[in-house]
Design a protein around this ligand. Structure first.
Ligand SMILES: [Zn+2]
Ligand SMILES: [Zn+2]
Length: 335
């Protein structure tokens, strides 16, 4: 095994122009501090779509996308002893940080200006193999299949960080605006921790899913009671004022997305006074990832997925662009 099948972002552009190209590449070799991972599955994230379509500018030519990677450690680079060969691991978006800046030193490595990202700064998991820094891969809860656990690595971890940024008090009332892959996982964590969850989404199917998971209400307009915390998952800035207005005194609204359309003007009395807070969410720390995967090991989360062959990665991306499947698309890369 010297070569492998992979997909590269060839020419970023609308998904209809086929920005991904299927190629044969040499199997990468792990450098010092890295592991070689045989990729079993890789979930397809909306960020992959942003990269393929050029909304996020490429950081290098011909990068292999994919940052929700599940695989087995096949070989170790110099200086690596852990995780050992044969371990099932996850490779996620945060690839490495400098470990020395003021943010890293205070435990906020998600804010590191020198951070690198899987599938953007380095080749990711739309491939049969990838390499990753050993210190940044995750051990995975055994109860989940390779297909189920893949979306936990971005949708799950980011949703979890958003939940923590929203500062939900024990037994509190949480509003969830938008109910896609990330939201439905964060909502399940909140429910497992005893929260009352109110979901606001235009999608009737998503409202049905929310209620089946245990949400107290699901509406296409507004929650039925004041909220201690809310998370905005929909990338829609016009939802910020009504979500702030729905907060109780002292409540927090966290915005989970990497993109948001413009926020209309706020009215201080209506939207912020009474110590309401507005927070953004930027990537995650490894501690977030480990804490979330520990919770997922203790509380079996329901993960909705649709499987695709690696050969159909471009179709999976096109289907994501058109919302043609339920849950997360997951590529099956090697047996
Ligand atoms: Zn740093
Ligand atoms: Zn992602």
């Amino acid at each position: 095994m010297d070569t492998m099948t992979a997909w590269q972002v060839d020419r970023p552009g609308p998904v209809a122009t086929h920005p991904l190209r299927r190629v044969t590449l040499p199997v990468p070799r792990p450098s010092a501090g890295e592991v070689l991972v045989r990729v079993h599955t890789c979930a397809v994230c909306r960020t992959d779509l942003h990269l393929a379509e050029g909304d996020l500018p490429p950081r290098r030519r011909g990068t292999v996308p994919g940052h929700e990677i599940v695989g087995t450690v096949e070989a170790l680079g110099a200086d690596v002893t852990d995780p050992p060969v044969g371990t099932r691991v996850g490779v996620a978006w945060l690839r490495r940080t400098d470990g020395t800046c003021r943010y890293c030193r205070r435990g906020a490595e998600n804010l590191c200006p020198d951070s690198k990202y899987t599938g953007w700064d380095a080749d990711g998991g739309y491939a049969e193999y990838c390499v990753a820094p050993a210190a940044y891969v995750y051990r995975l809860p055994a109860a989940y299949s390779d297909e189920e656990v893949a979306p936990l690595l971005c949708a799950g971890i980011i949703g979890f960080r958003a939940l923590r940024r929203a500062g939900l008090p024990p037994g509190g009332r949480l509003g969830v605006y938008g109910f896609g892959g990330s939201a439905h996982l964060a909502a399940q964590v909140a429910l497992a921790e005893g929260a009352t969850v109110h979901v606001v989404t235009r999608s009737a199917a998503a409202r049905e899913l929310a209620l089946s998971l245990g949400a107290a209400s699901a509406s296409d307009t507004a929650p039925p009671e004041p909220l201690d915390s809310a998370i905005l998952f929909a990338p829609v800035g016009t939802l910020v004022p009504p979500a702030l207005a729905a907060l109780d005194r002292g409540g927090t609204l966290a915005i989970a997305g990497i993109h948001l359309t413009d926020i209309p003007p706020l009215n201080y009395a209506e939207h912020l006074f009474q110590e309401r807070k507005l927070a953004s969410v930027t990537a995650n720390t490894r501690a977030d990832g480990r804490e979330f995967l520990d919770i997922a090991a203790r509380h079996r989360l329901r993960v909705t997925t649709t499987g695709y062959a690696l050969a159909d990665a471009d179709r999976a991306l096109a289907d994501l662009a058109e919302d043609r499947f339920a849950g997360a698309a997951v590529l099956h890369c090697t047996p």
